[in-house]
Design a protein around this ligand. Structure first.
Ligand code: MN
Ligand code: MN
Length: 464
């Protein structure tokens, strides 16, 4: 019996297991997912593609069929922005589910409804940022534009420009250091303001046009490419994100530098785990939701009734529908709230408590609670459930660690954990450590994300 506990280095464990190649190939698949899903909508569509290829049918098809049976695989899409995947269990839903829930929205910069203007021979878009960002990080870096525009005749047009190497990109300008004397004296938070996040988008005036000729020229280009006119911006959802693909980081290619690990990294791990889950004892569920970064509200966030309503549909398809079964199903569920944690960054040791931090390379992270100050606003997982997850990981050879999000009283954060816990479900936060969280490019360890996928799969398949 080991009296002392020490966290393991997952690279050493997986080298021993001869799994380094698998670690690397998992990250390659994940990076491909990131490159195709740069917004909540495109991520949702990628997840649906993965589901379909792996034999999932839509909830609408299941309803059409009129019944569900054990082992059947079903997905449900919520307004093109969130997805739920189910593998029906040997037990009926009222016995509870095993749920892994992540989010696919990421901090970004949205266009304002009326974005287009020109000044000093330059064309710009006005923006409104989404989620928690350090604004100065978004200047002087190439940006891509994604989104949907609904034309006046109702036609929905997808926009994507800046991702293909032959595409143009966009940029928020920053002040040259030579003239930044005043700016450099400001607090980091005030160096670039919210209203200063204007995106440079063009420069050539439209021939023969006297009034706002640069705006007119940009509108002409947009009209030729997408069939849109300026009024269409008023109802559009257009998102600006860092341009380009996920990249290997380090001489040893041990990490991934990319936009949007938080929280596509956990969402992808959960999707990958559920598509490899066959005939589970309890219904295995993956939720990839929207709006986590802005409080989980609205009809695509975790607070919406989408999940509960889908469970109700499935209970109806099992036969003998009654409301009580939904309540039982939710209350008896066991949930991993799949979200990232703050990876310990030795460049900023002051904000972490080094005995309770998520270390890069120490595997999947269990966070019993999040919140701020005196655990305010947290979901504090019960000891019994925390221990159950620990046993599942230990019995499956998953390398895992525990962590808090930074020092006590330093700050804090939250996830969707409390929302499902409010139904009575057992919920614990469980993800991976990230460096540069919420920056345009975030960093994860390839071995950590592999341990996460292994851990999620074990959670679906092992019942202790
Ligand atoms: Mn997150
Ligand atoms: Mn976040």
């Amino acid at each position: 019996m080991e009296l002392k506990h020490e966290f393991k280095n997952a690279w050493e464990v997986e080298r021993e297991n001869n799994k380094i190649e698998e670690v690397m190939s998992y990250s390659k698949e994940y990076m491909n997912f990131l490159d195709h899903g740069k917004t909540e909508r495109t991520s949702a569509r990628e997840i649906v593609k993965i589901a379909k290829v792996n034999g999932y049918i839509s909830i609408e098809e299941a309803i059409e069929k009129g019944k569900v049976s054990a082992g059947e695989k079903i997905y449900a899409v919520n307004k093109d922005k969130a997805v739920a995947m189910f593998v029906m269990g040997k037990n009926k839903l009222e016995k509870g589910m095993k749920v892994i829930g992540g989010h696919i929205d990421v901090p970004r910069i949205d266009l304002k409804p009326n974005p287009l203007y020109q000044e000093a021979n330059l064309g710009f878009f006005k923006t409104h940022y989404y989620g928690g960002i350090k604004k100065y990080q978004w200047t002087a870096t190439p940006l891509a534009i994604h989104g949907v525009v609904i034309l006046n005749d109702g036609k929905k047009v997808d926009i994507c420009i800046g991702e293909d190497p032959s595409d143009p990109v966009f940029c928020i300008t920053d002040l040259l250091v030579h003239l930044a004397g005043d700016q450099m004296q400001k607090k980091l938070a005030d160096g670039i303001t919210g209203e200063g996040l204007n995106i440079l988008i063009g420069h050539i005036p439209l021939e023969g046009e006297e009034k706002e000729p640069i705006e007119q020229n940009i509108l002409k280009i947009l009209n030729e490419k997408y069939g849109m006119v300026e009024e269409d911006f008023l109802s559009a959802e257009i998102e600006v994100v860092p341009a380009g693909k996920a990249r290997d980081l380090g001489f040893d290619r041990s990490m991934v530098l990319a936009y949007g690990h938080d929280d596509r990294v956990c969402s992808y791990g959960a999707v990958k785990a559920v598509i490899e889950t066959e005939n589970p004892e309890y219904c295995a569920v993956v939720l990839c939701v929207d709006k986590e970064e802005v409080g989980s509200q609205g009809n695509t966030g975790m607070h919406s009734k989408f999940f509960e309503n889908t469970v109700a549909e499935l209970i109806a398809l099992e036969g003998d529908y009654c409301d009580l079964k939904i309540r039982r199903s939710m209350a008896k569920s066991k949930v991993l709230s799949a979200d990232v944690s703050a990876g310990y960054d030795p460049n900023f040791p002051d904000v972490y408590e080094k005995r309770n931090s998520a270390y890069m390379g120490h595997g999947i992270v269990l966070s019993k609670y999040t919140g701020s100050r005196g655990k305010s606003g947290c979901n504090d997982a019960n000891a019994e459930f925390t221990a159950e997850v620990r046993r599942i990981f230990n019995n499956s050879g998953v390398v895992w660690q525990t962590a808090e999000l930074g020092k006590v009283d330093q700050g804090g954060g939250g996830t969707i954990a409390y929302i499902l816990a409010n139904y009575g479900a057992e919920v614990i936060d469980c993800g991976v450590g990230v460096l540069n969280m919420h920056a345009p490019y975030e960093i994860v360890s390839k071995v950590d994300i592999y341990e996460m996928y292994k851990g999620y799969k074990a959670f679906f398949n092992l019942n202790i």
